[in-house]
Design a protein around this ligand. Structure first.
Ligand code: SAM
Length: 203
């Protein structure tokens, strides 16, 4: 399946948030710059992860997606409104939906999904440190967790690698954005209509 078919026809049936322009832009960066080793923090049903996977398959790369699929992680340091929203989900079903998409799109050999918190994966024996080419930060958006993700994962990206950060317009991600700007140069927003998601190049 091409990225246009995925983003315009397949992806709208999936749970989650990634827009078609964002999926296409992620794909474009990975393919055009040959970014072979990608990591996503925060998978949900796999909208952005599958865009990364389709791109990685085209260039012989690989993708790791990290998401614990638990209320505990999703609600950590969040406000009550968000805690209530995250409390209504069936996390096992969302995880299964992700795996179904990876198989349906025939990218299950390219994409690995690990059920860890980003911190848990970072400290696990599974993670080979350093040398990331593409990083998508889209996990827990609270101030503590988004800042922790930037401080923990951005140094893992190689110089010249690309970082995509979502929900740039949230008050809770302001600290994370400020610190990201010290380590990476702003490249562009997804497009004129989507200023909440931006791409950066690691300094
Ligand atoms: C905004 S959603 C991700 C959206 C997804 N990238 C998409 O394209 O639709 C955030 C996800 O982060 C996950 N999450 C929460 N805490 C996390 C943590 N500590 N580490 C990794 N993922 C986490 C949640 O379970 C949730 O699925």
């Amino acid at each position: 399946m091409t990225i246009d078919q995925y983003a315009d026809q397949y992806m709208p049936s999936m749970g989650g948030w990634c827009s078609a322009p964002k999926a296409k832009k992620i794909h474009q960066y990975i393919v055009q710059r040959g970014l072979k080793r990608s990591l996503e923090i925060g998978v949900f049903a796999g909208r952005s992860l599958c865009a990364m996977g389709i791109a990685a398959k085209e260039i012989g790369g690989s993708v790791t997606g990290i998401d614990p699929y638990t209320y505990q992680a999703a609600a950590d340091d969040e406000n009550q409104t968000n805690r209530d929203w995250w409390s209504k989900l069936n996390y096992e079903e969302i995880y299964k939906e992700t795996l179904r998409h990876l198989h349906g799109l025939e990218i299950h050999d390219t994409v690995y999904v690990g059920r860890y918190t980003s911190r848990g994966y970072f400290h696990s024996n599974l993670y080979p440190h350093g040398g990331l080419d593409f990083l998508h930060i889209d996990g827990n958006h609270s101030e503590w967790n988004s800042t922790h993700d930037v401080c923990m994962w951005v140094p893992e990206v190689r110089q010249g690698g690309v970082i995509c950060m979502d929900d740039m317009d949230w008050e809770s991600t302001a600290t994370a954005r400020r610190l990201l700007a010290k380590q990476a140069q702003f490249l562009e927003f997804v497009d004129e209509t989507e200023h909440n998601c931006a791409f950066f190049q690691k300094l």
